[in-house]
Design a binder for this molecule. Structure first.
Ligand code: AP5
Length: 233
């Protein structure tokens, strides 16, 4: 049984990276951490989808790339992240979900963070590929961003969000075919980012994401407290 989580009211998380392959649970865990630590989730996937919905020039460029599982060019994503990190809610920390995904993005982020109060820490979630495929093809989301899964975390009423009664949707890139392309991009570009943070001693932890959601949350929290040398770790 997981232990109850210690009180985090005096804890300053600073910048936290959630890394891992498509479907490992970055968004699910970022939403829970956001609620607990009072810092925002900055998801590059969500920001790009918002740009797509608003039909901005960035959204139009990203659309085809996202639908085919390829990465959006670094300079466009970096500019988008830069603008988001200038918003006042990020001053005590934030959870970067899905960024950086290339070495170029990681190096850019290091340069941005030089003057930040705390160094970035990276937590990588690991899950085997067969489970990821089921998670991706089974995922359903509400327009407000609640995350469900028809296999692992179904809504009470099929196709309907428990929270606000809205109709659940499936992401256009959550097909088996696009999943394999996303995994290719992960292996060829993002695996090196994980090695990059792993090689920075004391700033990296790996957690097993193939456990119930609350157990993964507990592991991530323990890792974060330990990376920040918090006495409760
Ligand atoms: P993005 O939206 O970031 O997609 P991703 O990284 O592929 O990650 P996902 O959102 O698919 O998964 P997740 O890890 O958040 O899992 P979740 O918590 O939802 O990016 C989409 C696209 O945008 C990219 O392909 C690229 O084109 C572009 N892009 C984004 N960032 C970019 C960047 N930095 N540079 C360039 N391009 C970029 O969980 C998945 C499912 O599993 C859910 O159904 C959930 O309910 C379930 N689940 C979660 N945890 C558990 C658990 N412990 N047990 C059982 N089920 C679970």
């Amino acid at each position: 049984m997981p232990q109850p989580l210690p009180n985090a009211s005096d804890f300053l998380p600073g910048p936290v990276l959630l890394l891992g392959a498509p479907g490992v649970g970055k968004g699910t865990q970022a939403q829970l951490m956001m609620a607990e630590f009072g810092i925002p989730q900055v998801s590059t996937g969500d920001l790009l989808r918002e740009n797509r919905r608003n039909r901005t020039p960035l959204g139009m460029t990203a659309d085809e790339l996202m639908n085919t599982g390829q990465l959006v060019p670094d300079n466009l994503v970096n500019d988008m992240v830069s603008a988001r990190l200038q918003e006042p809610d990020t001053q005590h920390g934030y959870i970067l979900d899905g960024f950086p995904r290339t070495l170029n993005q990681a190096e850019w982020l290091d340069r941005q963070l030089v003057a930040y109060m705390l160094p970035v820490v990276a937590i990588c979630i690991k899950v085997d590929e067969a489970t990821l495929l089921k998670r991706i093809t089974g995922r359903r989301i509400s327009p407000a961003g609640a995350i469900y899964n028809i296999y692992f975390n179904p809504p009470k009423v099929e196709g309907i969000c428990d929270v606000d009664g809205s109709k659940l949707e499936q992401r256009s890139d959550d097909t088996e075919e696009v999943f394999h392309e996303r995994m290719k991009a992960f292996r060829s570009k993002t695996a090196a980012v994980i090695d990059y943070y792993r090689s920075h001693g004391g700033r990296f932890c790996e957690v097993d994401g193939d456990k119930p959601v609350h157990e993964v949350t507990h592991e991530i929290r323990k890792s974060l407290l330990s990376l920040r040398h918090h006495p409760e770790a």
